[in-house]
Write a protein that binds this ligand. Structure first.
Ligand code: AKG
Ligand code: FE2
Length: 223
């Protein structure tokens, strides 16, 4: 199986510089139309097919060991990626190039990547949350990619991003529409965010890079 090939910005490219600068100065970065076209179309076709075939499961919240389905906090459906199609393999390669650039630029030792397709039907949402489960220090950088052809503002479904470490009373830093091939980077442990109720089916990918848990916890990193 050949992965769909694509280029990401190389170190020194303006876009990559902007992402690195945004992440270090404010903890998040919005990059309109960043996903390459061939990957966009192939991934969108897959998420549409998964949605039609009902190949998606209700999303949970909380730690994996303490998995909860709380439909008052999060209502959407997801399908984990395993890299078994050209589109998914291409996406994982694209993300791997980004991982290397982020590690070089930020010295943060991102290690593992996990990604899922996410579909929000009209009326669905995700309340304000952090992506890294408290105390676990596992997810370090979050990546969100939007797979919607058109997204008029009346559709709702905006991603609301708060400043790093903001409390419940702070004003949001941004309200981003899930526009075609747009990409969001966020520091998973410090940037609160929410998905407003959507009025139209909303397609995307939610993904995270983790640090190496054995090195983080100093448990036999060489074993
Ligand atoms: O789809 C989005 O805009 C963000 C989704 C999200 O916050 C998550 O899956 O953790
Ligand atoms: Fe999130």
């Amino acid at each position: 199986m050949a992965a769909i090939a694509s280029e990401v910005p190389l170190p020194g490219d303006n876009r990559l510089g902007a992402i690195l600068g945004d992440l270090s100065s404010k903890g998040w970065s919005w990059q309109p139309h960043m996903l390459p076209d061939a990957l966009y179309h192939a991934l969108r076709a897959e998420v549409l097919a998964a949605n039609l075939q009902d190949d998606l499961a209700p999303a949970g919240i909380g730690r994996e060991t303490d998995y909860q389905l709380d439909r008052t906090i999060r209502k959407s459906r997801i399908a984990w990626m395993d890299g078994s199609t050209p589109a998914q393999a291409g996406f994982l390669q694209w993300a791997e190039q980004l991982r290397q650039s982020l590690n070089q630029g930020l010295m943060i030792g991102l290690f593992e990547f996990e990604a899922c397709f996410a579909v929000y039907q009209p009326g669905e949402f995700y309340d304000r949350h952090l992506d890294s489960f408290e105390g676990a220090r596992n997810r370090v950088v979050s990546l969100v990619v939007y797979l919607n052809d058109d997204w008029p503002a009346e559709n709702g479904g905006a991603l609301v991003v708060w400043p790093e470490g903001a409390d419940e009373t702070s004003e949001p830093a941004a309200r981003l529409l899930p526009e075609q091939a747009g990409v969001v980077f966020m520091l998973s442990e410090t940037v609160p965010h929410a998905v407003e109720v959507t009025q139209a089916p909303r397609f995307g990918i939610a993904a995270w890079w983790r640090v190496n848990p054995s090195i983080q916890g100093h448990i036999d990193p060489l074993a």
